[in-house]
Design a protein around this ligand. Structure first.
Ligand SMILES: [Zn+2]
Ligand SMILES: [Zn+2]
Length: 427
């Protein structure tokens, strides 16, 4: 084959069968877990006005400064391909007046997100997320509910090798005090910090915890933790979240160094970290964002949410040999035509079987009967219906059970009822 001229852009991938269908099933399961808890699906555009993300995620975060796909459209408007799902959902919540529908609004979404990061294992430039937001409630028990959704989905999928880490990142009242303490500490260790962290120390000191540089990580190991500086209200809320998780039987560890890479988080922050995924080990993460709606020009509206990386979720399933859904490859009937048969007979039987909601396929390549039998096998068909020859002249077709290599004749008018009997095991 000549060298390919077109390839998928760097950091993107094609999802083909059976992986595509497998992913679809995992999403369906996630939808079931969410729906069972009163969350309803929301779908927002892939494109948003750039300002939405600058305002919500934060001007000096890595996402906004380096990773967004931002462009000016032909009308001169600055648009950005969404790098995350929370800000668009809150934008929609405000724009559509969802608060009038009763609170909390429990919303979930599935969809692709875009960040121009350096591609590596488990990190893509177009990646798929499952996410949920509970908007309008400050109740710590709703934080526990949001956190538990990932744990329930992991359990349903059989995943066990993970750890839930939890922290409180404070609020408007306690953060300034902590920021001062942290700034003082950072001044003392400035020579050991990378250039960017020295800059962050002045503009947005909590961002230093996002730095991936080894030197910075080491220098920060003795940094004061926000958890020791949160106000009584934040502490009480945090205790409520922990109590809720205990009630829901979701084990967790408190990690005092956990701060999430977006500016809008307040109080609860959490991450599910998986073993065996390397550096990109957070499969699901999220937190509370009580000021986000205000930042976007809405009324004060507390909220909490999570997002889960579907690629990393699938990788964890792979690493544990789970979620293979063996029946994916299964088809019920392959309708095979004997050489020279009127294809109209094959095609109308195919229609009849499909109309009865049995998966079925036939040959479209002009193959011999022998080659069609092979194709049926490759498609994972349980039965082959052989159309043609003497049987057809007598008004019949042959049905072949590929599993047991048994074959029998049936009247052509009984095709669907014979398939039903075969599936019920009453033949
Ligand atoms: Zn506080
Ligand atoms: Zn650094």
């Amino acid at each position: 084959m000549a060298e390919l001229r077109y390839r998928a852009p760097k950091g993107t991938y094609d999802l083909v069968f059976p992986e595509s269908e497998r992913t679809e099933r995992v999403l369906a399961l996630a939808g079931e877990v969410l729906t069972l808890r009163g969350y309803r699906r929301i779908s927002t555009p892939v494109l948003e006005n750039t300002e939405l993300f600058r305002r919500s995620i934060g001007e000096d975060t890595d996402i906004v400064t380096k990773e967004m796909y931002t462009f000016e459209d032909r009308g001169g408007e600055s648009l950005t391909m969404r790098p995350e799902g929370t800000a668009p959902v809150i934008r929609a919540y405000l724009e559509r007046g969802l608060y009038a529908e009763g609170l909390p609004q429990k919303l979930f979404y599935f969809g692709p997100m875009f960040r121009r990061e350096r591609p590596q294992a488990g990190r893509f430039r177009q990646f798929y997320q499952i996410g949920a937001e509970a908007v309008g409630s400050a109740d710590p028990l709703i934080d526990a509910e949001i956190i538990s959704i990932s744990a329930v989905l992991f359990q349903r999928l059989g995943l066990e090798r993970y750890r839930l880490v939890l922290n409180s990142v404070g609020c408007r009242n306690c953060r300034p005090g902590y920021r001062e303490v942290l700034t003082g500490y950072l001044e003392g260790i400035a020579p050991s910090l990378c250039e960017q962290c020295r800059k962050r120390a002045k503009t947005n000191p909590m961002r230093v915890f996002d730095c991936k540089e080894e030197g910075c990580r080491e220098a920060l190991s003795g940094a004061p933790a926000i958890a020791e500086h949160i106000c009584p209200e934040c502490r009480e809320h945090f205790e409520g979240v922990m109590g809720g998780l205990e009630m829901l039987e979701v084990p967790f560890d408190v990690d005092r160094s956990l701060v999430r890479g977006l500016d809008y988080y307040t109080k609860t922050a959490f991450e599910f970290q998986f073993e065996g995924l390397g550096a990109q080990n957070a499969v699901s993460a999220g937190g509370r964002y009580d000021y986000l709606a205000e930042e976007l020009g809405g009324p004060p509206t507390p909220g909490v949410g999570f997002s889960m990386g579907v690629e990393r979720l699938m990788m964890s399933l792979d690493s544990e040999g789970l979620g293979m859904f063996e029946e994916l490859e299964q088809m019920i009937v392959f309708v095979a035509g004997v050489e020279g048969v009127d294809r109209g007979r094959v095609f109308s039987l195919l229609k009849e079987i499909r109309d009865a909601s049995f998966s079925a396929d036939a040959d479209f390549m002009g193959r011999s009967l022998k080659a069609q039998m092979k194709q049926a096998d490759r498609l994972g068909a349980m039965l082959v219906m052989i159309v043609g020859g003497e049987e057809l002249e007598r008004g019949g077709v042959a049905l072949r059970d590929l599993g047991r290599s048994e074959q029998w004749d049936i009247p052509i008018g009984d095709a669907v009822s014979e398939i039903e009997r075969f599936l019920e095991g009453t033949r």
